[in-house]
Design a protein around this ligand. Structure first.
Ligand code: FES
Length: 92
């Protein structure tokens, strides 16, 4: 496993935390003491939904609870999203 981690910036709080490439962004935020909304943590409830402002992520499940339009608009579910670069997210 790579020890590389990425930087995640969270708006509007302007919080920054590290996230490993095999770690859900939500869990990395919680581990860093940053309170993000969540409920199911498995990509279905959409409580954690956020906008990907920059950078790239992959969802670790094939069908996260997002429509094709939402995905195209850059919305992600941080509880099942792993970073593939430094990323910036915006909470709605
Ligand atoms: S916490 Fe339910 S979709 Fe992320």
């Amino acid at each position: 496993m790579s020890s590389e981690t990425f930087k995640v910036r969270l708006e509007p709080q302007d919080a920054i935390f590290d996230c490993a490439p095999d770690q859900p962004v939500l869990l990395a935020a919680l581990a860093a003491g940053i309170a993000l909304p969540w409920s199911c943590r498995n990509g279905t409830c959409r409580t954690c939904i956020a906008q990907l402002v920059s950078g790239s992520i992959v969802h670790r499940i094939p069908w996260p609870g997002l429509s094709a339009e939402e995905k195209a608009a850059g919305l992600i579910l941080p509880c099942v999203a792993e970073p593939r670069s430094d990323v910036t997210l915006r909470q709605p």
